[in-house]
Design a binder for this molecule. Structure first.
Ligand code: PMT
Length: 216
């Protein structure tokens, strides 16, 4: 590529799940593989950006030419993002951040075979925190939805203050969590556009092609 549309830009991307421990051996988490966020990180680097990927636990290797920071919990992800987001031109929140964490984290393995109730408390919202920064980066969030995807996506974009939001319906077998392909509708300042179905790398290229010209 002769022209690199993200040359000189700094991009911070989150990917993967977070793990919220109950005790030293058990955690609350979700099905995110990291594939979509890693595809965005690799693509942004190919397009010339200096990329930092803040990743929850995944089985994927660090993308080439990307500064990769591995974290476990939502709080650790927030700290790693806050250290880097203020200087970024673009923040992409692709991680499936656990909305809740166990209210109590035991130092030793829980014993006993009986049932028990698990109390969860809210985690911080990383995307909303970055979107609220004065002079912060342009923000692209994702919305993982199981029903009424567009309506919920529009509400999420407004509630979190994101500039752009990519909505994916995670009930489809060939989209969302774990799949190699995705189908997203991009909500943004210019309106809404359903992008062509494709591999997560193709979807990453389509997303960044629309957002790159809008960075200051
Ligand atoms: O990793 P893969 O297997 O490739 O799957 C890709 C994906 C389905 C995880 C990805 O495409 C996706 O949809 N990521 C967002 C998942 C998610 O947590 O969606 P949400 O609707 O719960 O959150 C909305 C937005 O807020 C997201 O940008 C999320 O990163 C952010 N968020 C959510 C909660 C929280 N406490 N902090 C956040 O920043």
């Amino acid at each position: 590529l002769a022209v690199k549309p993200l040359a000189g830009k700094r991009v911070v991307i989150t990917a993967g799940p977070t793990r919220e421990p109950l005790d030293p051996v058990r955690f609350v988490s979700n099905r995110s593989s990291g594939k979509m966020g890693y595809a965005l990180a690799a693509t942004a680097a190919e397009l010339g950006a200096a990329v930092t990927l803040v990743s929850g636990p995944t089985a994927l290797p660090d993308p080439v030419a990307v500064d990769t920071v591995r974290v476990e919990t939502a709080e650790e992800m927030l700290d790693a993002v806050q250290e880097r987001a203020a200087d970024a031109d673009l923040f992409v929140g692709c991680a499936a951040v656990s909305d809740h964490k166990p209210a109590e984290r035991l130092d030793r393995k829980r014993k006993g075979k009986g049932g028990f109730a698990l109390e969860l408390t809210p985690n911080p919202d990383i995307l909303a925190a970055v979107a609220a920064l004065d002079n912060g980066p342009v923000t692209l969030g994702f919305a993982a939805e199981t029903h009424d995807a567009l309506a919920h996506g529009r509400e999420k974009r407004a509630a979190k203050g994101a500039d752009w939001l990519a909505v994916n319906d995670v009930t489809e077998a060939d989209a969302g969590f774990e799949a190699d392909t995705n189908r997203v509708t991009l909500l943004g300042p210019d309106g809404e556009e359903t992008l062509p179905f494709g591999t997560k790398h193709e979807v990453a290229r389509a997303l960044l092609a629309r957002i790159a010209p809008r960075l200051a």
